[in-house]
Write a protein that binds this ligand. Structure first.
Ligand code: BGP
Length: 469
């Protein structure tokens, strides 16, 4: 038995961001308005305005100005030794309104430049096709993903970007954290669905459209770029029973299964049998076209990408449909929490990897994991973020254990390698970065970049392929 923490030779190391949280340039070069551009507070929990009020602050409008500074930032990622970098294409740069129009060449050119710069600097670009960036027009005009027409609009968008970037981008993911549909239908599905008796029916119908669109994207991927991979992306924090009471144990199991509904369909190609009971009990009727089931069956994703931040516990009596993400009962006396109340559970990552690999036997990709903290600039003008180093170190050790357990894991992209706007709060103070960005919650600051201690640490980990963990 050796203690080496060396990762597989082909393991991909890097970082991940989303266009709306980093780029800014929200109305430049023909870009349209996305759902993230009209939300005050974070896209995940903020309130969406119908129109933009010039007196109010919208975080995505400038973000960290990655749109203009990406070369400088990529140079820093290169210095850390990234072999891969995940970002999203902002749908509204390519199709400003999202429906019947010609693609915007300036938007396409921006991503050509960005991907070229990454490749030139030794990084493979990895793309999220839709990361809470649906064109607002599709919400106002069509009702978001509740409308089946969005499948066609999304497919056309995929066709355009697959054709354009097929030689530059190997790894694609369709919808960011698509299983957040129940919890945050506006962010995940561009639907204005409020609480109410018809909520579940509407959420599942919109979800069906997302599932069909996912299968269409896989199909197009196979036709246009057979060498490349189209995966799905879910939020997959683990669920534990709050106690060993059988009601807690089975409740946690059931809760978990429902959060895996999307990956069950996207990876196994059919609605899982447990949905029959749910649909019956809640009187849900999914309207399908006759070829939908066949399409789902023939076009499953080739890998499962997921975010992992925390774990939750399930106490019996909690309504199963209150949420499907990681934001239900957090209380776990065995875990410490972050500055923002998120439980820190490195072993949960090993647990989740094993659970998912056992269930699907498809390659996994950890595309989000990280610590959001309130960094403080010390007297020497630097940021000594040992807590972040500790967090990542513990998670990577557990990820290595999962690989030793037999899970196939393609890579790890740390979330927010550079400070960006938080999706949950819309603020800058929840910082994840190895690189500090001088900007505060009101939008003041020079936007200058600065290396934190974790920057040098992550560089060493990548250089040694994990051995120095
Ligand atoms: C995920 C999202 C990201 C991201 C991350 C951290 O749910 O995919 O967009 O921001 O969470 O969340 P937060 O920014 O709220 O800390």
């Amino acid at each position: 038995m050796t203690n080496s923490r060396k990762f597989p030779n082909e393991f991909l190391w890097g970082g991940a961001i989303a266009a709306n949280q980093a780029e800014g340039g929200w109305d430049e070069d023909g870009k349209g308005v996305s759902i993230a551009d009209v939300v005050r507070g974070g896209i995940i929990s903020g309130k969406a305005d119908k129109v933009i009020d010039p007196n109010k602050y919208y975080a995505s409008h400038e973000a960290i100005d990655f749109y203009h500074r990406y070369k400088e930032d990529i140079a820093l990622f290169k210095e850390m030794g990234f072999s891969l970098f995940r970002t999203s294409i902002n749908w509204t740069r390519i199709f400003p309104n999202g429906d019947e129009e010609e693609p915007n060449e300036a938007g396409l050119q921006f991503y050509d430049n960005l991907f070229d710069e990454l490749i030139k600097n030794g990084m493979e670009p990895m793309v999220t096709i839709s990361h809470y960036e649906t064109p607002l027009h599709l919400v106002d005009q069509y009702g978001g993903w509740e409308n089946r027409k969005l499948i066609d609009f999304f497919s056309r968008y995929c066709e355009v970007i697959f054709n354009r970037y097929k030689d530059k981008v190997k790894y694609w993911m369709t919808f960011n954290e698509v299983n957040n549909m129940h919890k945050i239908p506006f962010a995940a599905g561009a639907c204005r669905i409020e609480e109410g008796p018809d909520k579940l029916q509407r959420v599942y119908q919109a979800s069906h459209h997302l599932l069909v669109a996912n299968a269409m994207a896989v199909k197009l991927g196979k036709e246009i770029m057979p060498e490349n991979e189209v995966g799905c992306m879910l939020s997959l924090s683990a669920f534990y029973p709050h106690t060993c009471h059988p009601d807690d144990v089975f409740g946690a199991y059931e809760f978990r299964r429902r959060s895996l509904f999307f990956s069950d369909v996207m990876l196994r190609g059919k609605y899982p049998s447990y949905t029959n009971r749910i649909f019956k009990e809640y009187n849900i009727h999914i309207v399908k076209e006759k070829y939908d089931d066949e399409l789902l069956k023939d076009n499953t994703c080739s890998f499962l990408a997921f975010s992992y931040y925390l774990t939750s516990t399930y106490k019996s009596g909690t309504p199963i449909f209150e949420s499907t993400g990681g934001s239900m009962g957090y209380e776990n006396p065995y875990l410490e929490v972050s500055d923002f109340g998120w439980p820190i559970d490195p072993k949960g990552l090993r647990y989740v990897c094993n659970e998912l690999y056992d269930r699907y036997e498809k390659p996994l990709f950890v595309v989000e994991n990280g610590l959001g903290a309130k960094d403080v600039i010390a007297e020497d003008g630097k940021i000594h973020d040992n807590y972040r180093i500790e967090y990542i170190k513990k998670h990577l050790i557990q990820l290595h254990e999962a690989i030793e357990d037999g899970c196939e894991v393609l890579g790890y992209t740390y979330w927010g390698p550079i400070d960006i706007v938080s999706a949950g709060t819309g603020q800058m103070q929840k910082r994840y970065g190895f690189i500090y960005v001088d900007k505060d919650d009101e939008g003041n600051g020079t936007l200058d970049r600065m290396r934190k201690d974790s920057f040098y640490w992550y560089k060493k980990i990548i250089e040694s392929n994990g051995e120095l963990l």
